[in-house]
Design a protein around this ligand. Structure first.
Ligand code: GAL
Length: 656
């Protein structure tokens, strides 16, 4: 288990490089990420490459035994390139080029930009091929499926559509362009969805443009990674990602890359509303689920955040340590902190690193140093992973489509997944968040909330899973759209109707109003946001509405289908419903439940197939004590224990 830091040598005086490396080595830093935005230093003028300073930095770190993650600096083209080719800049939905001089504003689909990005990558890859200290490569920074509306993107989008649909007539038909006289009579009339808020645009057009921009991002990563591989065949390549506004399809983005890396900035403030989501565990599980294997954190919270927003509170004592260990608990193998020292220049000078502007080691630094020591004790976990009996399915297209057309007040796709995640997590279960198309046979329980856009492969996968004996949970807003993002003429949940054994006769998008449901054993729960009024075919009612004009109508159903079971949750509830529901499902499926964990306590298990290591994390501001069924050995404290005592944000790891 390794701890690293992000370091920007080009932003510091040369005299600091050795001092920094020496202190990092003394502190226990094992890895450093370099060169991320340094294009103007690596190619100060066209075709004039200067790697001498980076060579010097790398040799300093190598001297101290610190490994290097090398980045392609392609996020930040130098100003000479923008000056020479102003057309490489991204164009916003308002048709205006973005302002240069910040970062990331290059169109990754522009051929001129691509040529230069490929050239600098090639020079770097050739120069650092087989360098023994370079352990990984990062492509660019936080790539988005940005809806660029430049001429190149617009033209390519038109060609992409024609390639896909063969003719203008087919596009008109697929998009339902007879609405509002939107029929194209020539390819030149096709425009990216610009100008209006996207909710006014044709949803089919929006969906296709999203697919197009996501594909461009994937293609870019493929182009750049293939250059690195040509010179460095053994390279481990990634790109760092996060939950941004324009998320590309993560499954496809990382398809050709070796591992996922994630920029992890958990919030430092615990919300007062007990229903608000706080833990970052769901995001970490999703990152692990993209490639269904362990991942890295490429940027980790290190201090108060801020710059383009007012500064956040500082991480509380134990948070720097606790949140890094939480990432290990969910499958990270390396956690790299952003950044070693807080910048004293540039726009990000208030996004804090481990060291403050003063360069005087303080509270956060000492906690970080302690973390480095603990991480080295966790070396024993090197070849371990999380094995889970529960999966939650994440669909990038459902996420996009539901963001594009909000359904009802308060209804967010990710929250629909998090309700279930939090409920299973309450009982200390490992949870995978994976693709709807993946092989589900290893799971005892699969939850697929709001599978809004139909995808034939995923639908067949779910039928297969239940036919073979799986327990599936579907929810409201499933099977609503066809692949063109148009509504399906059938009663909901359309393609899942047979699996569910019930159908929706009417729905009521109640937003933030509250109603009640009662389950088969008389427990009452508050429901909100969405109410499907269901008619039973082969299913039985699990819960029904307890008030309103659909009093006594089924709200949650269960259906035996071949060897398996399908539940359908037609409404959205508060956490107590999901907790009860998850507990029953786990019991039925023989998944052990840890009961009585206090709020905020997270338990996950990593195994190498022989030994199991249990992580106990206290993601709360109260001290907590967890009794163990038998004495266990703590890897962190090197001693046997029969109970785990944790301070706020404290972590313990025991061998089972
Ligand atoms: C990330 C980005 C970093 C830095 C950080 C803090 O999103 O990748 O380069 O900007 O945020 O602001």
């Amino acid at each position: 288990m390794k701890i690293g830091v992000d370091y920007y040598p080009e932003q510091w005086d040369r005299s600091l490089w050795s001092k920094d490396a020496e202190l990092m080595a003394k502190t226990g830093v094992k890895t450093v990420r370099l060169a991320e935005f340094a294009w103007s230093r690596l190619e100060p003028n066209e075709d004039e490459y200067d790697f001498s300073w980076l060579d010097e930095v790398i040799s300093i770190f190598s001297h101290y035994g610190i490994e290097i993650i090398l980045c392609t600096p392609t996020n930040c083209p130098p100003l000479w390139l923008y000056e020479k080719y102003p057309e490489i800049v991204q164009v916003g939905v308002d048709g205006k080029p973005l302002q240069i001089g910040i970062r990331g504003h290059r169109c990754i689909n522009n051929q001129i930009f691509l040529e230069y990005a490929m050239k600098i990558t090639e020079e770097m890859a050739r120069h650092y091929a087989d360098h023994p200290s370079v352990v990984a490569w990062q492509i660019d920074n936080e790539l988005e499926a940005y809806p660029c509306c430049c001429e190149a993107c617009r033209d390519d989008f038109r060609i992409w559509l024609i390639d896909k649909y063969d003719s203008i007539e087919n596009i008109n038909k697929a998009f339902g362009n007879s609405v509002w006289s939107g029929e194209y009579s020539s390819i030149t009339q096709i425009q990216p969805p610009t100008a209006y808020p996207s909710a006014w645009q044709n949803p089919s057009l929006c969906m296709e443009f999203y697919r197009f921009t996501s594909e461009i991002t994937v293609k870019y990563v493929k182009i750049i990674s293939s250059i690195i591989r040509r010179y460095c065949p053994k390279a481990k390549i990634t790109t760092n990602t996060w939950f941004c506004e324009h998320m590309p399809d993560f499954y496809k983005l990382f398809d050709e890359l070796d591992f996922v890396s994630y920029d992890n900035y958990p919030p430092v403030k615990i919300p007062e509303d007990p229903e608000a989501f706080y833990s970052h565990a769901f995001h970490l599980d999703l990152m692990r689920g993209i490639k269904e294997k362990n991942f890295w954190v490429m940027e980790q919270l290190s201090g108060p955040t801020g710059s383009w927003a007012p500064m956040s509170a500082s991480p509380k004592p134990n948070m720097i340590m606790g949140y890094a260990l939480q990432a290990f608990a969910h499958g990270a193998d390396t956690v790299v902190h952003f950044r070693w020292r807080t910048a004293v220049t540039g726009a990000e000078m208030h996004w804090h690193g481990i060291l403050d502007h003063s360069n005087v080691p303080g509270r956060r630094f000492f906690e970080f140093a302690e973390l480095c020591k603990i991480a080295s004790k966790l070396e024993i976990l090197k070849d371990t992973q999380l094995i889970s009996g529960i999966a939650i399915l994440y669909s990038p297209e459902a996420e996009y489509a539901l963001k594009n057309q909000p359904q009802t007040e308060g209804y967010y796709y990710f929250e629909q997944l998090k309700y279930f995640h939090a409920a299973f997590a309450k009982y200390g279960a490992n949870i995978d968040v994976v693709s709807p198309e993946t092989d589900l046979s290893q799971y005892k329980i699969v939850v697929a909330p709001a599978l809004y856009v139909n995808n034939k492969a995923a639908t067949e996968n779910l039928y297969r899973y239940v036919m073979n004996g799986g327990t599936l949970v579907l929810t409201n807003r499933s099977g609503v759209k066809d692949k063109n993002n148009n509504c399906i003429i059938d009663s909901l949940p359309t393609v899942f109707k047979e699996l569910v054994g019930a159908e929706v006769t009417e729905y009521d998008p109640i937003g933030n109003s509250e109603q009640k449901i009662v389950d088969f054993s008389g427990n009452e729960f508050v429901c909100r946001e969405w109410c499907d009024i269901l008619k039973l075919n082969t299913a039985k009612a699990y819960a029904q509405y307890a008030d309103g004009y659909y009093l006594c109508c089924p709200a949650v159903t269960v259906n035996e289908y071949c060897k398996g079971l399908t539940y359908y949750v037609g409404t959205v509830c508060k956490s107590d419903f999901y907790e009860k529901f998850a507990s029953r499902l786990m019991k039925q499926n023989g998944i052990p439940r840890l009961r009585g964990l206090s709020k905020g306590v997270e338990v996950t298990t990593r195994t190498n197939g022989i030994d199991e290591y249990i992580f106990f994390f206290n993601n709360s501001e109260q001290n907590t004590v967890i009794g163990l069924p038998k004495p266990m050995y703590s890897i962190i404290d090197s001693m046997g224990k029969d109970k785990i005592e944790l301070k706020p944000f404290g972590m313990d790891v025991v061998r089972k």
